[in-house]
Design a protein around this ligand. Structure first.
Ligand code: PLP
Length: 410
């Protein structure tokens, strides 16, 4: 989003025009920005051939998935339906990695039948895979390195109390099961969480996997997951991607020498690729003065963007209809029957009823986590790509709320 002549625009499209044309609440994505982010990450590792598997759970609109496929990305799925989406878009099964947690074993078997890379994250399922498939199935093992990192307790997934992966402290048991069934281990995986600032955390995690690689002679890849942090506020510290690229490249090349052969290096970025591309546009319904503060009440709520309430995340809020207005302090809230504060004590250009506000950094885990709470309809989505703004998801209508319900005789 560029403030040009004090107008908020993406690729020459005024965001206020987009809001008028497509209505609000509305998610708008800058497709060119997504490709830029992909290339930035790819370039940071130019010394080694890294494969970037898009963690699609951040934003699964089929057009975004296609766009990243065209850019050269692979696909990281956490659910069988994401596997099916990737195949539908045309990814080769070998470009897809399926990393489920606590799903039914039958779901894993379904993914196995589809031929994608399987990431096993528990000892019972490793045992089961051994029992059922013996040596026939190439498997990746998700290790929990117990490195505590990440922006918020809910997105820290590598620590000792986390449900993810097989604990590094149970590594001997992993080896026992692998030997017992002669399991063909082709990959080792870790993902320590989101919003990791310190590049050394990535290196620490990488070294854990480097140290275990020698136990698996058929190893083809190491997957270091994700956790790249983006800036939500001006001046926010972010993961230093060039620095990370340099340090990782050096560490990986050193490891290759020790290991005696090269392996593929994978990452699974979600937020990094799509967060900054997305803007969530809402309309001001009411300005409500109270003895304590002034509220801007907008035509949305945590049913459309839950990150501020779930993760206490910060989204910059701009009044795109009155960018030059006098700045005032507001609490921006939604319209549902639940406390749904998007931002407190925010300095925003004076808002009037009807003004459009834009929430920045809404591309990742925005629409994707939306719901129909309060019987509110889900927003539409627009993609601006190569200069063209197009609707990529219809706004829901009343009938959508009843679509899956079955009315019985009472
Ligand atoms: C969520 C997730 C990611 C993506 O995390 P981001 O912080 O969005 O980049 C990658 N890998 C796995 C296994 C995940 O669960």
């Amino acid at each position: 989003m560029i403030l040009e002549g004090n107008q908020y625009q993406i690729q020459g499209h005024m965001l206020t025009d987009i809001a008028e044309e497509f209505g609000t609440p509305l998610y708008v994505y800058d497709g060119d920005r997504i490709v830029e982010q992909y290339n930035k990450l790819k370039k940071a590792f130019s010394g080694i051939d890294v494969k970037l598997k898009y963690a699609a759970k951040a934003l699964t609109n089929i057009n975004i998935v296609k766009l990243l496929k065209e850019a050269g990305a692979g696909f990281d799925a956490v659910c069988i339906n994401e596997v099916k989406l990737a195949l539908k878009v045309g990814f080769e099964p070998k470009e897809i990695i399926y990393t489920p947690n606590c799903v039914a074993f039958e779901e894993i078997q379904e993914a196995i039948a589809l031929g994608v890379n399987i990431n096993i994250d528990s000892l019972p399922f490793l045992e089961k895979v051994g029992e059922v498939y013996g040596n026939d199935l190439p498997v990746c093992i998700r290790i929990n390195p117990h490195i505590q990192a990440g922006g918020n307790a809910n997105i820290q997934v590598g620590h000792i109390g986390s449900k993810f992966g097989i604990s590094i402290l149970q590594f001997d048991e992993i080896l026992e099961v692998v030997e017992k069934y002669n399991i063909n281990v082709v990959g080792l995986h870790e993902h320590t969480g989101s919003d990791i600032l310190d590049t050394d955390v990535f290196l620490k995690g990488a070294k854990v996997l480097f140290g275990k690689a020698k136990h698996f002679p058929n190893l083809k890849f190491l997957d270091f997951g994700s956790g790249f942090k983006v800036a939500y506020k001006d001046g926010d510290v972010i993961t230093n991607i060039p620095e990370l690229g340099e340090k990782m490249t050096e560490a990986v090349q050193e490891f290759f020498k020790e290991h005696g052969k090269e392996l593929e290096i994978w990452f699974e970025p979600g937020k990094f690729l799509v967060s900054e591309s997305g803007h969530f546009l809402v309309r001001t319904n009411i300005i409500k003065e109270t003895p304590a503060c002034t509220f801007i009440g907008v035509d949305s709520g945590f049913n459309h963007l839950i990150r501020p309430m779930l993760y206490s995340s910060y989204h910059h809020i701009a009044n795109i209809s009155n960018p030059e207005g006098r700045r005032k302090v507001y609490n921006v809230v939604g319209n549902i029957c639940e406390t749904d504060t998007f931002g407190s004590d925010r300095e925003i250009a004076e808002a009037r009823v009807g003004d459009f506000l834009a929430f920045k950094n809404s591309g990742a885990y925005g629409f994707e986590m939306s719901s129909n709470f309060n019987s509110r309809l889900k927003p539409a989505e627009v993609l601006i790509y190569k200069g063209k703004a197009q609707l990529i998801r219809k706004r829901q209508v009343f009938d959508d709320l009843l679509r899956d319900q079955i009315e019985i005789d009472l």
